[in-house]
Design a protein around this ligand. Structure first.
Ligand SMILES: C[S@@+](CC[C@H](N)C(=O)[O-])C[C@H]1O[C@@H](n2cnc3c(N)ncnc32)[C@H](O)[C@@H]1O
Length: 222
């Protein structure tokens, strides 16, 4: 069955000219959101697994959580946290190593960073592209909390169907971590999330970014 999801349409035809300026600002300035009770609760859960040395996977902006299910199945010895600020999570999940939480992810990134908790692998699968040029800072890679994600995650994977988003995210990842990021166009045989499925069926180009590191050195100065 073929889908007809529209490709990203934008008034921005190349990387945003304000990106570097924004990254420098984000790097220099602290970001201190008010931490809600739900964020604290999921932080406690993550901390418990962390103390027991269970590798933690964060599926950020997981939507219904089909990707979280896939990750839990593929990685049975980890704890997979499917995080979204909406509450559309699937109600049936046959794996014990999965926890869904309705949380604002920028708060969680900041708190985990503050508490020095490391995440084995973090995913941002098909984040909202915010294609209008003026919405640059709404894209995760230009958001003031993104530096915390790059710091806490030993490995980070981003997938998108908008090439400009991928190019900007690579710049941001390399800026924040000082490490090389691998960007590739990819052709999945099966989809791991609802959005990936929709975009595959609609014949969109798909892009994957992989950033791995030992530890971020850059963020220690803020
Ligand atoms: C385009 S959907 C992608 C969903 C899923 N990852 C997929 O690939 O099918 C983006 C998701 O990010 C979530 N999201 C956006 N901003 C968020 C935030 N600040 N905190 C938590 N979730 C957020 C949205 O609710 C939405 O479910």
């Amino acid at each position: 069955m073929k889908n007809n999801s529209r490709k990203v349409i934008s008034n921005q035809l190349k990387r945003n000219t304000k990106l570097l300026y924004r990254l420098k600002k984000n790097y220099q300035n602290d970001f201190t959101p008010i931490i809600s009770k739900s964020t604290l609760k999921v932080y406690e859960q993550i901390k418990n697994y962390y103390k027991q040395e269970v590798p933690i996977i964060l599926d950020n902006g997981c939507g219904t959580g089909s990707s979280s299910l896939w990750l839990a199945k593929q990685n049975p010895n980890t704890a997979v946290f499917g995080i979204d600020h909406t509450n559309k999570f699937t109600s049936t999940y046959p794996y014990k190593n999965i926890i869904f939480a309705q949380v604002e992810i920028s708060q969680l990134w900041r708190l985990l960073w503050e508490k020095k908790i490391h995440i084995f692998k973090a995913y941002l699968l098909y984040p909202n592209p915010w294609p209008k040029s003026k919405h640059l800072t709404k894209r995760w890679h230009a958001h003031p909390a993104f530096k915390y994600l790059t710091c806490i995650a030993d490995s980070l994977e981003i997938r998108t169907n908008w090439e400009i988003y991928a190019l900007e995210a690579r710049d941001s990842l390399e800026f924040m971590t000082g490490n090389k990021t691998v960007l590739s166009k990819f052709y999945p045989k099966t989809s791991i999330s609802l959005h990936e499925d929709k975009y595959m069926r609609s014949g969109h180009d798909l892009f994957k970014l992989m950033s791995s590191k030992k530890r971020s050195v850059r963020l220690t100065i803020i």
